[in-house]
Design a protein around this ligand. Structure first.
Ligand SMILES: NCCCC[C@H](NC(=O)[C@@H](N)CCCCN)C(=O)O
Length: 517
């Protein structure tokens, strides 16, 4: 590669992906900390005496600073201070919040119910103030490194790290805590601390990149596009744009029906469908662990050979070779499922572990749907489809009582949770000019936090209300709290239709492939 082509660190693909990993530590750990309480809801009731309303209050108050402008303030600070300082400050606030919650759960501020609850909430408020700005910092940093390269893929992978954090936090917290809440909170808080160290390592490269880019622009006299500062008048202009207004409201109703549901999903599966929350014995963990590692390694080796085979030119031109390869892959997969069947059966019987499949599934589905939207378009129609799936999911998990239909419900929720974000976030970039994207995301995230606040808290309070007189530890009726979420699905469909209609008038091309714009 010539000197002119490979001028800075960001022109090296290895560097770009390494930076994405260093940066995604914060995404992974903050999503983990946001969602890990879901697997501990039952234990928080039995060990700490927290009611469902108090559980919901802890989650809801995580969003409070964001509801009142923290994301917009964070965005303005990001513009003024730059990625490094904003990342360290807001990542640091998240670490501090995590540490306060962990100390509170261990009884450091007092072991009575009130002290624990209030100080966990103080920690969560601080954590929440950092969480959303960290998400904006991550988006901005990815654009800095990947503009002109695989930007959409990099964003999808970063979101994948977040979903992996949610899934692992939900699935493993009970095991990590060993039957207690406090060790699981300490572990989750430590993860954010480690991620901040990863971000500090990232800043060394960020400084180097800035120096290289400055040297190039000094030499060539190139002037970079000035970043537009946040202005309140931009906010008014945005809200007056019908397509933006509908997509922002859709972001509120859609995410309100998903994120809060996920916090209660393990407890719902345990209470309504009789899933377990038992911890495996030490011996069983060793047996399953070795089986899973063994089977996965064999499968991985098979696939490494398959990839090697596939990249050798002309291998797939022969029909017989193609048939042999496909049959081999199928046999290997059946063998894998056979070896893993006990582990899968136990996994699918456990409330938290089954619920974790929702964010886990999106890691595979979101890039597939993202690719579909890039190539074929139909973003507004896919949002209608996603909202329909959301309605089916919440009906099957509330008024219906069949565990097999419930599995389908969870699956359709996973598909909806992949479809809508894959269609929604790139559509914002079609509606809003690039230099206003920061303001647009900050506005959407702020409104989204209002919806999350209402439903995080509302579901818990409603759950207590409809189950008055039922002591902690006895099965609770989730029908009405989840049925309320069906309403969000209907409003989402209505908004998606309005968006499609507005797009026909305003011509943003939401139904067209991305590369045709
Ligand atoms: N480039 C924008 C991607 C947004 C992804 C989206 N994130 C949010 O909605 C944030 N408000 C973070 C919320 C974190 C809570 N778990 C997402 O789908 O995660």
């Amino acid at each position: 590669m010539t000197e002119t082509l490979k001028r800075t660190l960001r022109d090296s693909s290895a560097m770009r992906w390494a930076m994405l990993i260093l940066l995604s530590g914060l995404t992974f750990s903050t999503y983990w900390f946001q969602d890990f309480f879901s697997g501990l809801k039952g234990l928080m009731g039995s060990e700490m005496g927290f009611s469902s309303e108090e559980f919901g209050r802890i989650l809801a108050l995580t969003t409070i600073a964001n509801m009142f402008g923290m994301i917009i303030i964070g965005g303005i600070m990001l513009d003024k201070w730059g990625i490094r300082v904003a990342g360290i400050v807001f990542g640091g606030i998240a670490v501090l919040g995590g540490a306060i919650s962990a100390l509170a759960a261990s009884g450091f501020f007092g072991s009575d119910h009130g002290s624990m609850l209030n100080m966990i909430i103080v920690g969560r408020i601080l954590f929440g103030s950092g969480l959303e700005v960290v998400c904006v910092v991550a988006t901005r940093t990815i654009v800095k490194w990947f503009k002109g390269y695989d930007l959409a893929l990099a964003m999808a992978i970063n979101m994948g790290f977040g979903r992996l954090g949610s899934a692992m936090g939900t699935a493993l917290s009970l095991d990590i805590g060993g039957g207690h809440v406090s060790p699981a909170v300490t572990f989750a808080a430590t993860l954010i601390g480690l991620a901040l160290i990863m971000f500090l390592i990232y800043t060394v490269f960020d400084i180097k990149l800035d120096k290289q880019e400055k040297a190039i622009s000094d030499k060539s006299g190139e002037v970079c596009d000035p970043e537009e500062d946040f202005k309140f008048s931009d906010l008014i202009t945005l809200i007056k744009n019908k397509s933006f207004l509908y997509i922002a409201l859709l972001c509120v109703t859609f995410y309100a029906a998903i994120f809060p549901f996920m916090q209660y999903a393990p407890d719902l599966l345990i209470n309504k469908f009789g899933f377990t929350q038992n911890l495996p014995q030490a011996g069983e963990v060793i047996l399953w662990g070795s089986k899973a590692i063994g089977a996965s390694s064999i499968y991985l080796i098979f696939f490494l050979f398959a990839i090697l085979f596939a990249v050798v030119p002309n291998n797939f031109e022969n029909k017989k070779t193609r048939f042999l390869f496909k049959s081999g892959a199928l046999i290997a997969f059946c063998f894998y499922l056979f070896v893993m069947k006990d582990i899968l059966a136990i996994w699918l019987d456990n409330g938290a572990k089954t619920a974790s499949l929702i964010p886990l599934g999106t890691i595979i589905f979101t890039p597939i749907f993202g690719n579909y939207v890039d190539k074929k378009g139909k973003a507004a129609s896919l949002m209608i489809l996603g909202s329909l799936l959301l309605i089916f999911a919440h009906i099957s998990l509330s008024i219906l009582d069949n565990v097999y239909i419930a599995y389908f419900g969870l699956l359709s929720l996973g598909v909806a949770f992949s479809l809508v974000p894959a269609a929604m976030w790139p559509s914002v970039a079609k509606i809003v000019a690039e230099n206003r994207l920061g303001t647009a995301y900050a506005t959407m995230f702020t409104l989204q936090n209002w919806g999350l606040f209402l439903f995080f808290w509302g579901i818990g309070a409603l759950l207590d209300f409809v189950n008055q007189g039922i002591p902690e530890g006895q099965p609770k009726d989730y029908t009405i709290p989840i049925l309320v979420l069906v309403g969000c699905g209907f409003i989402s469909i209505f908004l998606s239709f309005l968006l499609k209609k507005a797009d026909r008038k305003q011509n943003y091309g939401l139904e067209l492939p991305s590369n045709s714009n």
